[in-house]
Write a new protein. Structure first.
Lengths: 132, 337
């Protein structure tokens, strides 16, 4: 089968565009601020850090990186991580959140706000949702 | 294997004890450890690590002779007893709810543990390590205090806006004292006629007659020219001030202004403001040295303890401790060398 010149040019163009899209996707800078190297949060662990002035917690759940505001929705206390229980814990009144930020125990009235989290170039980037 | 482990345990050296000394034990809730501050040098001389404590220690109190620390732990819903001589756990008791601020009976046979999420007061037998009674005291059971007579345990509720008076022998509720708001740290006068209580949203404290059960005075703390922050969390209980303690001689009352970062010292019983002293961020608790010369204030947002010289009305030192220091206790004991 002989391709027409037009068809060949179209195929080449599509290929080049795909390559460009892939390159942009592969090498683009993730959205948000770099907060910590991915190596510091191995699977099953969590790391408490800050985004701007606000405390946040970054989790690695089986290779998926998640980030949440780390301020308890009960009284605003900074949250910690109980590695054995795999729960985000409040040091003030015993509130607990699971790895999805849902309240599983104690007095917190609301789940934790989830943040955008991406990995790029070995770093974890965290961003607040656009409406904020 | 078991034999080998037992053998290792049997021949493991027991830490030698040092000289008797007064110490401040600071429970660092986020760090999961306990900092040990020597008195009166006011330097950190040791840490009981998170591998021994852990699980968000909420309160730490000591036996009267200083040989045992009792620690309530939020995450595991239990209390542990820790030897101050070995700094190892002696025993552990499940209490079936989120334990808050502890107190001991006069003979130290019973440990009173308010369960915040259950509205109960768990009474733990310190010999059998079992919960022997669980009287219902009200929603959000938070603080406890043994009355100076030793006959009553006072329990403050954060959500039920009341203080329950529990019989220290029969372990049942004798009386409920309603208050205008959620009850935070409180104190009882030596003659057991007056209760001083911080309330969740009051920048100050109330004075309650224990005869009538009524608020007889409200003392507002100064703001020192600062603006009081307003609650930002919609459904939060929010606490203005946390930390209130009568001096050992009963003549001074130290009150934390937690959101404004200072402590206020009042004369007792007049309740005249004697001095205000800037401390660290979010002072949370007050403890006294045994001679009453120093008041210790845990600044939980900057991981320090302020040492207040009570006579001078000044901060004499600021000591860096662990992460999120909250409750503290003073014990005179012999630490391991």
């Amino acid at each position: 089968m002989i391709l027409s010149r037009r068809a060949a040019a179209s195929a080449l163009g599509t290929l080049a565009l795909s390559g460009l899209v892939f390159a942009v996707w592969r090498f683009r800078r993730p959205r948000g601020q770099p907060v910590t190297p991915l190596a510091d949060v191995p699977p099953g662990s969590a790391l408490r850090t800050t985004l701007g002035e606000s405390p946040i917690i970054v989790l690695n759940v089986g290779g998926e990186v998640r980030a949440f505001e780390a301020t308890c929705t009960h009284e605003g206390c900074p949250l910690g991580w109980n590695a054995q229980q795999r729960l985000i814990r409040c040091p003030c009144h015993g509130g607990a959140y699971d790895v999805m930020g849902r309240v599983v125990e104690g007095p917190p009235p609301a789940p934790l706000p989830r943040l955008g989290a991406e990995v790029g170039g070995g770093m974890i980037y965290v961003a607040r949702p656009p409406h904020e | 294997m078991l034999g080998a482990c037992l053998g290792v345990w049997l021949i493991a050296p027991v830490p030698a004890a040092g000289r008797v000394q007064e110490y401040l034990y600071v429970a660092n809730t986020l760090g999961g450890d306990i900092s040990i501050v020597e008195i009166p040098a006011h330097r950190v001389v040791g840490t009981i690590p998170a591998s021994v404590v852990g699980n968000d220690p909420d309160d730490v109190i000591s036996s009267r002779n200083g040989d045992v620390l009792y620690v309530s732990r939020l995450d595991t819903k239990d209390v542990i007893a820790v030897s101050t001589a070995t700094e190892q756990v002696l025993w552990r008791a499940d209490v079936g709810g989120v334990p808050n601020h502890l107190t001991l009976s006069r003979d130290e046979r019973f440990l009173y543990v308010p369960l915040y999420d259950k509205g109960l007061l768990a009474v733990v037998d310190t010999k059998s390590h079992q919960v022997v009674a669980r009287p219902e005291v009200g929603k959000g059971a938070h603080g406890t205090l043994l009355g100076p007579s030793g006959k009553s345990v006072y329990v403050g509720m954060m959500e039920a806006n009341q203080v329950a008076v529990v019989d220290a022998v029969r372990h049942d509720v004798r009386r409920i004292i309603p208050l205008p708001e959620g009850v935070r740290p409180f104190q009882v006068s030596a003659d057991e006629t007056t209760l001083y209580a911080q309330l969740s949203k009051l920048h100050g404290f109330v004075v309650v007659s224990l005869k009538t059960g009524r608020v007889i005075r409200t003392v507002e703390l100064p703001t020192l020219g600062q603006t009081l922050p307003t609650p930002t969390l919609e459904k939060s209980h929010f606490v203005m001030n946390h930390g209130l303690r009568l001096a050992p001689d009963g003549k001074r009352l130290v009150a934390n202004a937690s959101l404004l970062g200072f402590v206020a010292i009042y004369s007792v019983p007049e309740l005249e403001l004697v001095s205000t002293i800037p401390v660290g961020r979010e002072p949370n608790w007050v403890a006294f040295s045994r001679d009453g010369r120093f008041a210790y204030v845990s600044n939980r947002r900057d991981n320090t303890v302020s040492v207040i010289s009570v006579a001078d009305g000044k901060e004499a030192a600021r000591v860096r401790v662990g992460e999120f220091p909250q409750r503290m206790t003073v014990a005179r004991t012999r630490r391991p060398r």
